[in-house]
Design a binder for this molecule. Structure first.
Ligand SMILES: Nc1ncnc2c1ncn2[C@@H]1O[C@H](COP(=O)(O)OP(=O)(O)O)[C@@H](O)[C@H]1O
Ligand SMILES: [Mg+2]
Length: 315
């Protein structure tokens, strides 16, 4: 079942379109990995979906209802983990959760039970009485996630929840996301880390410059560029510019990347490509090794956007 639709969404900041005719579907029970470089429009998309900003055109529905009406009812079922950590620094971990639970109408023993459960879930039971100022970045992040989970949302939206934290916390968070999915929560997981999407997402949406340029399972996305192949060559002599130009000019060759004696070639499928490539490099001393590999999500991104995800990234 589709729990959320975004239909032809445009969101402008002045004359700049942060969302440029975006379509997105989110299916119940999935972890949708929304992947895109910084500035792609991920946060804008998420904030539109959560009803925090108003879009200029297009419509959004959640749980079968159009956003704008029924907002309270819809918001009660959403949890939002914002990109910037938003917790009260002068309240303890427990008090933070009590506050957020209270906003969602939890009271008394139910509130206490949910706060305890959520603290346990994010591994902060022992630190319940501590102030977040005493926490590491990873622990603060886990508290931030807990605040979005305390009311047990059906749909959890996470905006780059692992940026700038230690590897253990990152691992813990990814495991928690998997566990939430197993418990039936639908998750929209935004990131610019390819490997996170590859490891947890059941579906992937790729975003760039305000567009969602592809959506599907990892296998489907790879299948769509399957006609491409990636050839790795190690050659005996470092190639001259003439050789590289000759390779680039071969029919079917889309990209040639050279690093000393290593050359990586992306070409459209077809057995003759490898033959042609080999014929060229034979003229300059021959080949030490050749391998061809299956495309990865990185290749999907490269094919669709013409750039690597690293280009637009700051760590
Ligand atoms: N409030 C704003 N005013 C003007 N421009 C904005 C605003 N918010 C975001 N943008 C611009 O919109 C684009 C998308 O931003 P954002 O949604 O934050 O991308 P992402 O989360 O993928 O990094 C960026 O170019 C950003 O500078
Ligand atoms: Mg963002």
């Amino acid at each position: 079942m589709i729990i959320s639709h975004m239909n032809d969404i445009v969101k402008r900041y002045g004359s700049f379109r942060a969302l440029d005719h975006v379509d997105l579907e989110i299916e119940e029970g999935e972890i949708l990995g929304l992947l895109g470089p910084n500035g792609a429009g991920k946060t804008t998309l998420i904030h539109s979906l959560a009803g925090l900003i108003k879009v200029d055109s297009g419509d959004i529905s959640l749980f079968g209802k159009v956003l704008g009406k029924n907002m309270m009812e819809i918001k009660r079922q959403i949890g939002l983990v914002t990109q910037e950590i938003a917790v009260f620094e002068d309240l303890t971990a427990r008090e933070n959760l009590e506050f957020f639970g209270g906003i969602y109408g939890l009271r008394g023993t139910e509130l206490k039970r949910r706060v305890d459960e959520t603290l346990r879930f994010v591994g902060l039971t022992d630190r319940a009485k501590s102030l977040p100022t005493k926490f590491s970045g990873g622990m603060k992040r886990r508290l931030n996630i807990a605040c979005a989970l305390v009311h047990r949302p059906k749909f959890l939206i996470m905006d780059e929840p692992t940026v700038g934290i230690d590897p253990q916390s990152r691992h813990y968070i990814l495991e928690s996301v998997r566990e939430l999915q197993q418990q039936g929560t639908t998750i929209l997981y935004t990131t610019h880390y390819m490997e996170e999407v590859q490891s947890i997402a059941s579906k992937v949406a790729i975003m760039d410059q305000g567009h969602v340029i592809a959506q599907g399972t990892l296998d489907e996305l790879i299948e769509n560029i399957q006609h491409e192949e990636k050839i790795h060559l190690e050659i005996i002599e470092e190639p001259t510019n003439d050789v590289l130009t000759e390779l680039r000019n071969l029919g079917g060759v889309k990209q040639v990347i050279q690093d000393k004696k290593k050359i990586q070639i992306i070409s459209s499928g077809g057995a003759e490509n490898v033959d042609n490539v080999l014929a060229v490099v034979k003229k300059v001393g021959g080949v030490r090794s050749v391998t061809a590999e299956k495309p990865t999500l990185e290749d999907v991104f490269l094919t669709l956007t013409g750039k690597t995800l690293r280009d637009g990234k700051e760590e």
